[in-house]
Ligand binder design. Sequence first.
Ligand SMILES: Cc1ncc(COP(=O)(O)O)c(C=O)c1O
Length: 389
Amino acid sequence: MYNFDEKVNRRNTNSLKWDLNGRSFGNEDAVSMWVADMDFKVSPHIIDEMQKVMDEGIFGYRITPKAYYDSIINWMGRRHNYKVEREWICYVPNVVAGLAFAVQAVSDIGDEVIVQTPVYGPFFEVVKNNGRKLIECPMKNEDGYYTMDLKAFEESITPRTKATILCNPHNPTGRVWSKKELQDFAEICLKYNIFIISDDIHSELIMKEHEHTFISTLSEEIANKCIVCTSPAKAFNLASIHVANCIIKDEEVRKRFKKPMLNAHLFGGNAFVAAALIGAYDKSELWLDELMEYIEGNVDYFVNYINNEIPRLKVHKPEGTYLMWVDCTDLNMSPEELNEFMINKCNVILNKGITFGEPGKYFVRFNLGCNRQQIKDVLKVIKEQIELL
Ligand SMILES: Cc1ncc(COP(=O)(O)O)c(C=O)c1O
């Protein structure tokens, strides 16, 4: 049994999540529940693998071992029933870099790329910063349960549309798309010859009653029109290790995808990348199962508390991720007022909903990758402060 209740103090560790409180948010003492990494120590098996590299004491140029690719192939096969071949795997330092290279590989400057909102903010940046035109297509929201608006999606397609970025599981709504939803979505993409860039970084963080499907497993035809972006970083808490892999079946697309990395002489990760990935995928499956049980407990606590104690907030239990998408419309605050209220009155730093696109204007996103006591303490303060309004 791993202990996820342990309180780990991350202040003064150069943590992006905890060490910008004063400088960026103006409240040094606030509790940080924003950026999506977890406050849990990683699996001890990952540390063991990394320690072996540390003990070698030489950090000269390295090659990526066969064991790295075997580990990914075995994990995808065992855990996801996804048959991946060695040649399809392209290392990238992080998933967002993979999304940017993917956009470059399957579209030209001036082409259109569709994203369904609300969605993880850097999706907008990788489209716009690469000179492509961003098309935002809002999803349907029925009482906090989000579905793709495929009619609107199809209507937003033009002859300049070359790609779409899919978030599966979906950040911030927590949807784990069903096979049927993915199939219907993919059929439209195939009909109009649109490439699917699928961000599956949250694919290991799935609640008990749900199952993750990689869209590329639905058919050969779909797999040929996909770039699938994966990483052990989210589930195993390895964001600063810089380990991610894009899986690309089509050889021509793969060549184009690899170009920016090769042109910059970026051939592989740092000394710890392979050890961390192998420690995660090969040795830490049990740790992950226990983590998900703990996270689902956090999520259930959070949802019940909001429903019973803070009726002015609305939340729907996510099917995956450790993120909670909370509707604060009933507080009648502007996005700036809402942010200020959470930081200065409730003493908690959250992600502003507006950064996920216009439909997120009156929402905040909580990160529940932390010990349960912290969630209890924060919710109690929020309840008190909302009752004072
Ligand atoms: C959907 C999604 N993609 C990508 C990332 C970031 O991944 P990376 O740090 O590997 O670029 C996140 C982080 O929260 C995310 O939620």
